[in-house]
Design a protein around this ligand. Structure first.
Ligand SMILES: *Cc1c(COP(=O)(O)O)cnc(C)c1O
Ligand SMILES: [Zn+2]
Length: 430
């Protein structure tokens, strides 16, 4: 009964092909039958403009579900594990280091429950999966998505089988297995995993969050746009920098900003969109550099596994947004990614994974090339947590000074550190 009432008030109205505009009913499907274009959820923005205010959003839960009117679910009881509303941190020390004045970090390294932005998309996808009657959920993952799908499926009591490339970081594998799903470690890269999953999705009646549920799943990333707008005091930033894997997250931050303008929650502003890729998997950055409007798939080889998608589904749309907003798409190599992880940790106390290292390193590169104005309000999206990719920085960080539990042993150690020039601060004595 409640769901019937909710259905009548839901503001999402159809699935629409991004290429030819054909409309479909709101079922589990992701490609257009006519032109094979991707399907996207549409909304009744006039209804949203009338019903949603800043106050009504602020009166909602402290999670992504405060924006439920903009998300493709009908239920009044979405799966809410506290996902979203992560800190937007004014990054003064990183800004000073880079020569910027108004830099913010959107810190999804502490997103709930599995410490990456993927919890946003999965919370939405599994809520929708339940509405559509699925009892088994699945995904093709570069790591973080498997963590999120397994955790949130466990919370919701859904059966779960996830597919990952066999060579993922230990933290990502353990961080999936702990929730008790079936895990298929596929001998191949992500693009091969994804192809296999498309076949499985055609054979089994499962809800694959990023395949047949993709139109619903991807909408969850819009909350990264809404939250930044709300946290900046209902304003849009001047410039955002975000990582690109499939390109979905990037395009949905854009959609989120546009929707807030369209329904009158924020004033219109030209926001510049810049994207970050790892050089070892940079098909979108290459197309950008070579001024192409199509993507040439690549075979990934980088430590940034979470964003290693060689054939990005939303690559052309991300490319288009970067170009039309006067942004950029840049790539950095693995050494720069490690430096990016360390730079963010040492200046802001935020330990990110390789995707975040990529984004920080690209930020630095763009600043050095004069492509970010020091005065611009710039928001950098940090999408994952460094504790999951520890092997990436192993060997590139300091070691503890092992001492006896005696004051003189401590004093000798600190003297040794000083003479070896390993202390860049002055110990204060009473
Ligand atoms: C998946 C992922 C991304 C990129 O997501 P897309 O929407 O596919 O572009 C970025 N950062 C992290 C940490 C991820 O896990
Ligand atoms: Zn179409």
């Amino acid at each position: 009964m409640t769901s019937a009432i909710a259905q009548t008030t839901a503001t999402f109205s159809a699935l629409k092909c991004k290429e030819c505009g054909a409309e479909y009913e709101l079922k589990a499907s992701h490609v257009c039958e006519f032109c094979f274009g991707p399907l996207e959820v549409t909304y009744d923005y006039n209804a949203l403009r009338r019903s949603v205010t800043r106050e009504s959003i602020q009166a909602g839960p402290n999670s992504i579900w405060r924006y439920k009117a903009f998300l493709p679910v009908a239920t009044d009881n979405p799966i809410d594990v506290g996902t979203g509303m992560t800190p937007l941190v004014k990054a003064n020390r990183l800004a000073r280091r880079l020569g910027l004045k108004n830099l913010y970090i959107k810190n999804d390294a502490v997103n709930m429950p599995t410490l990456s932005f993927k919890d946003r998309v999965v919370s939405v996808a599994l809520t929708r999966a339940r509405e559509l009657g699925f009892t088994t959920v699945s995904c093709a993952s570069t790591g973080n998505l498997a963590n999120s799908t397994a955790a949130i499926a466990a919370h919701a009591g859904l059966d779960c089988c996830v597919f990952i490339p066999a060579d993922l970081e230990a933290g990502k594998v353990l961080g999936t297995l702990i929730y008790g799903p079936t895990v298929m470690a596929v001998e191949g890269n992500y693009d091969q995993v994804n192809r296999l999953c498309c076949e499985v999705a055609n054979t089994y009646g499962w809800g694959f969050v990023n395949i047949n549920l993709r139109p619903y799943y991807s909408e969850g990333s819009k909350t990264l746009g809404y939250e930044v707008a709300e946290q900046l005091g209902w304003q849009l930033p001047d410039h955002i920098v975000a990582p690109l894997a499939s390109g979905s997250l990037f395009t949905k931050i854009y959609k989120g900003f546009q929707e807030f303008v369209q329904v009158g929650l924020v004033d219109e502003k030209k926001v510049r969109f810049s994207g970050a890729q790892a050089e070892g998997c940079s098909p979108i950055a290459q197309a950008y550099r070579e001024d192409r409007d199509f993507i040439k798939p690549v075979k990934p080889s980088t430590i940034a596994k979470s964003i290693a998608i060689g054939n990005p589904a939303d690559g052309v749309y991300a490319l288009d947004i970067a170009r039309k907003t006067n942004g950029n798409i840049e790539s950095v190599n693995d050494a720069e990614i490690i430096e990016g992880i360390k730079l963010l940790a040492e200046t802001e106390g935020i330990f990110t994974e390789t995707a975040g290292g990529t984004t920080v390193a690209v930020l630095k590169k763009l600043v050095e090339a004069g492509k970010i104005d020091p005065e611009e309000t710039t928001v950098v999206y940090i999408t994952g947590n460094g504790l999951k990719t520890q092997e990436a920085v192993q060997g590139y960080i300091g070691e503890p000074l092992t001492i006896e539990a005696k004051l003189d042993s401590f004093e000798r150690a600190i003297e040794r550190a000083r003479t070896l020039d390993r202390l860049d601060w002055q110990p204060v004595l009473v």
